[in-house]
Design a binder for this molecule. Sequence first.
Ligand code: SIN
Length: 333
Amino acid sequence: MNKFFTNTLILSLFSMLLFRTENLEAVDGDIIKIRFSHVVAENTPKGQGALLFKKLAEERLAGKVEIEILPDSVRFTDEQVLLGLLFGDVEIAAPSLAKFRRFSKSIQIFDLPFLFDDLEQVHQFQTGAIGKSLLDSMLSRGIKGLNYWDNGMRVISANRQLKAPADLANLLFRIEPSAVIETQYRSLGANTFVLPFNRVYDALKLGLVDGQENSWSNIASRKFYQVQSHLVETNHSFQGYMVVTSVHFWESLPPEIRDTLKQILDEVSLEVNRSSVEKQRDSRELVLKAMGKDRVYNLNNDERAAWRSAMQPIWEKFRSEIGDEVIDAAVGR
Ligand code: SIN
């Protein structure tokens, strides 16, 4: 067991003690307070999903629950929020799937470059037995996955024209804390720097990093196009989320409230995924207009095949960490 897991385990045990007091208070009192933290703007699929969850939960469980949304990293970055759940500082979060490696290695499947061609393939995997089982892959560490939410596919931006994999050489990319994403860039001769999402714009503006990867809606809502000159439409991996809570909080809820909250989350997930498609399309339009169409490179089939074959060896590299069963289910779909 590495040091992080030992520490996480200790923190989980400690949080159980904390929860004994906090949750009893929450459940026995008149109103159960639920804080939902995320790191993106409110006009994004996740931001809108959190607001819709608040609206429906406070309507259907009026007088029983109160939802506080903490958007835009106002309280926690994604790097902090999982421990925040365990400590009882927050009840629900929806970190990007690239942020879970320390709790579940299998969730790294979503970062493997060019494994999923589009959202349809991602959904096929998520709704299959293995995809569903990943929601429970952190239970022993005190985290329960409730739903997957979409935010489109990732594209890459930088201050240099990017077309072929070789164009990334020697550039420094801001990445999420994902070993797969780090390997993806290193295998192309680029360097990486992990930064929380709320620092990316400034890091690009100050020239601390040369580029980044993200969904269209994150690039548009954070105005990364103002501080990046070029973009390549790779659609190389899935920018999605897992809505998570702590096992202790979830199990401390009265069953009828828990079931209603889960039903609401299921409905909200459908709406997030539906509206995300529109949001990516509108955000793409906005970015193309702002950057200029000639600055955004669209790969043709041959070029995409070249990117894919440059990156496919990464799947095998992570096979033992992610698990044969998970990789095979994603590849076979
Ligand atoms: C998010 O979409 O929640 C953040 C993604 C990132 O850290 O780049």
